[in-house]
Write a protein that binds this ligand. Structure first.
Ligand SMILES: [Zn+2]
Length: 258
């Protein structure tokens, strides 16, 4: 498998593209058709598979045109996702083949209730849409604190070497937020410097890894005593419960301005 390639779109979206074993393209969350069609043409390949993480327009707005131009494309999305076109419905825990690539479906409710991630085991790669960002997570549009905890638990349990490909470039804003709530995180300074340089040179901070996120992502650290202390010092509630810790942090992130 080649390394996923980002097609940058809109203000800060990435549509990730990679080859399948038959030499066709897999595209994740194509929110717009034109840039994907340009890329497919530049690669002189067929569009084989589209993976949809959730139904927000910036993740699936290109579908109708892509299906029109590539009528045999296979589309995966969570069952009952309102996409307006036929697709193959999938659910949490399912394992599917794309050629001889094996992909596992991980349900990650919270941002939307039908949000899913796609985990490839060889090599270990995660497409996580808007569920997880480097140093952050997606806003809770539909889910509650329990959903968020469940989703973060499922993702944190993946192998540490897993490379994570998020759908937005939010890394530096998220790191500024982490600095504001968890300034004594021992990995934060070096990680921020590395990502700032990477963004400057490569125009993209991704992929991150599960190992990196365990170190710097507050949404992966609901049980970190130091972070819990920081949250309790700022919060009127003094709960140490994982759901409450995550919910407090998510609420602060909603109003954070770098
Ligand atoms: Zn979204």
């Amino acid at each position: 498998m080649n390394n996923p390639v980002p097609i940058p779109a809109f203000t800060d979206n990435y549509f990730w593209c990679l080859d399948d074993p038959q030499g066709r393209l897999i595209v994740v969350d194509p929110g717009d058709a034109a840039s994907v069609l340009d890329y497919v043409q530049s690669q002189q390949k067929q569009l084989g598979t589209i993976l949809i993480t959730h139904e927000h327009d910036d993740h699936c707005g290109g579908l109708a045109e892509l299906v029109h131009r590539h009528p045999h494309v296979r589309i995966l999305a969570h069952a009952h996702t309102p996409l307006g076109i036929p697709y193959q419905p999938v659910e949490h825990g399912m394992e599917l083949n794309i050629g001889d690539l094996l992909v596992r479906i991980i349900a990650t409710p919270g941002h939307t209730q039908r949000h899913i991630c796609y985990f490839f085991s060889e090599p270990e790669i995660l497409f996580c849409g808007d569920a997880l960002f480097s140093a952050g997570c997606g806003r809770l549009f539909e889910g509650n604190a329990r959903d968020l905890l469940l989703s973060m638990q499922r993702l944190r349990a993946l192998p540490e070497a897993t490379r994570i490909y998020c759908a937005h470039e939010y890394t530096l804003t998220n790191l500024a937020f982490v600095q504001s709530i968890w300034p004594n995180n021992p990995f934060l300074h070096d990680f921020t410097q590395f990502m700032t340089k990477r963004l400057h040179e490569e125009q993209c901070t991704l992929p991150s890894t599960i190992c990196d996120e365990k170190r710097i992502n507050p949404f992966f650290n609901w049980d970190n005593p130091d972070l819990i202390r920081q949250v309790q010092a700022r919060s009127s509630h003094k709960s140490r419960h994982a759901e409450d810790v995550l919910y407090e942090i998510r609420q602060w992130r909603n109003t954070f301005k770098p």
